[in-house]
Design a protein around this ligand. Structure first.
Ligand SMILES: C[S@@+](CC[C@H](N)C(=O)[O-])C[C@H]1O[C@@H](n2cnc3c(N)ncnc32)[C@H](O)[C@@H]1O
Length: 403
């Protein structure tokens, strides 16, 4: 937990700011283990993650108050959140793929390993060009894929990553290097002051939330007047979706957010892929929206946000000087050629996540001599065959490109 973020947090009960009551371990600005206090309660910081679960805090604060050496109680404290098996997997130096296959079931592990090949990933990407820089909330961040991407594409911004699942946050910290991590259930009052954030992103999550009306109000309370909320990849209740959650109809989503517009994800993706644009100026026909399997909602009082954005690829490639092969591709050498073959991990994954637009080609054949040519790279980046690397996650870092 970056100590500079602590002054921006408020207690959900007394609404007062926190002070650091006890430091058990601190590495520069990173508070790894400790206790925060406001005028009514104490909240623990475990592995750099602030825990807002009051029941857990009651017991943990006692354990941590009487101790001075975080190293000695680290395992005891972590037992409140994570099994020994999962703890060992996360800290054993195993690869990302190995760890998530120990911690989650196969289907969710595949979702995480091949996150950069899921429709629910692409549906969010075009919005990066119009996100407001500054303090950004990744609401329901999961293992941290989007938090990390935003921190790479928007290095001037500070990303706050929130999830109710402590183990996912631990993975976000260990593999994605995130350090403003808060563990709380968004069904409760958020620990932020009014008008805190420049951008709120909630991707592939809102349809899973129970208390949508309350959470929509919390998003609108905590976003700045000039800020923007992106609720991307929303399951549409009028259409079928795998692991649907509790989706609403498009009009019902819209009724939760004032000054908002809905977009069909397929239209946004087609524009991104074919025309290199993001068009937020359109008022889509409700029939188009109702017919879309997934939609995105953008909410902002800033009318200037709702315009047409051009040359999206420039934004992405400029900020992508190094690249990795998307892990969904298998590499084969065939004499003078290198063959990249799209290799879905399962039939279910393909059905759930396959894209209707032409990203991720089935087969890419490249002359070995052209493999690292700039034109080849740009073409393959545009198709998401090459993606922005996360060495710890992808393992196979291919190289650098002066785009
Ligand atoms: C399908 S994952 C999406 C993760 C991430 N946004 C992404 O797109 O990669 C949904 C996430 O929402 C989190 N979540 C669900 N209900 C929540 C709640 N009430 N409060 C906080 N997080 C919640 C889950 O733990 C999970 O990590």
């Amino acid at each position: 937990m970056d100590v500079n973020l602590i002054e921006k947090l408020v207690c959900p009960n007394c609404k007062k700011n926190f002070s650091i009551f006890k430091v058990l371990e601190r590495r520069n600005n990173d508070l790894v283990g400790g206790i925060l206090r406001c005028s009514c309660s104490s909240y623990v910081v475990v592995e750099g993650i602030v825990v807002f679960d009051l029941d857990k805090n009651r017991e943990l604060v006692q354990v941590m108050t009487t101790c001075t050496d975080y190293g000695k109680i680290r395992k005891t404290v972590l037992k409140f959140f994570v099994s020994d098996k999962h703890f060992e997997a996360i800290h054993s130096g195993k690869s990302f793929s190995e760890v998530v296959n120990v911690v989650y079931n196969k289907s969710f592990a595949d979702y995480l390993v091949y996150r950069y090949s899921c429709k629910s990933f692409f549906d969010s990407i075009p919005f990066f060009v119009c996100m407001k820089q500054g303090l950004i909330l990744d609401a329901g961040c999961g293992a941290g894929h989007f938090s990390n991407l935003m921190s790479q594409y928007m290095p001037e911004s500070k990303i706050v990553s929130v999830d109710q699942n402590f183990v996912s946050l631990l993975i976000a910290r260990n593999f994605f290097g995130m350090n403003n991590l808060l563990c709380f259930n968004m069904d409760r009052i958020f620990p932020f002051e009014d008008r805190s954030f420049d951008t709120i992103l909630c991707n592939d999550t809102f349809h899973y939330l129970n208390n949508k009306q309350f959470i929509a109000l919390e998003f609108q309370r905590t976003i700045k007047k000039s800020g923007a909320i992106f609720i991307s990849h929303l399951h549409n209740a009028l259409k079928e979706n795998y692991f649907a959650g509790t989706p609403l109809k498009p009009e019902e989503y819209k009724s939760l957010f004032s000054s908002s517009r809905l977009y069909s994800n397929d239209s946004i993706l087609k524009d991104f892929f074919l025309n290199d644009i993001l068009n937020l100026s359109i008022n889509s026909f409700i029939s188009d929206i109702n017919n879309s399997q997934t939609i995105s909602l953008v909410c902002s009082e800033d009318k200037n946000l709702f315009k047409k954005y051009f040359n999206l690829s420039k934004f992405f490639y400029k900020r992508m000087p190094t690249y990795s092969l998307n892990p969904i591709y298998k590499v084969k050498k065939d004499g003078e050629k290198t063959v990249l073959e799209l290799n879905y991990p399962s039939i279910i994954f393909k059905k759930e996540h396959e894209l209707k637009v032409d990203f991720l080609p089935q087969l890419v054949k490249l002359d070995n001599k052209d493999l690292f040519a700039k034109e080849t790279l740009l073409r393959l980046m545009k198709l998401f065959v090459f993606v922005k690397p996360l060495e710890k996650v992808f393992e196979k870092l291919i190289g650098t490109c002066d785009c």
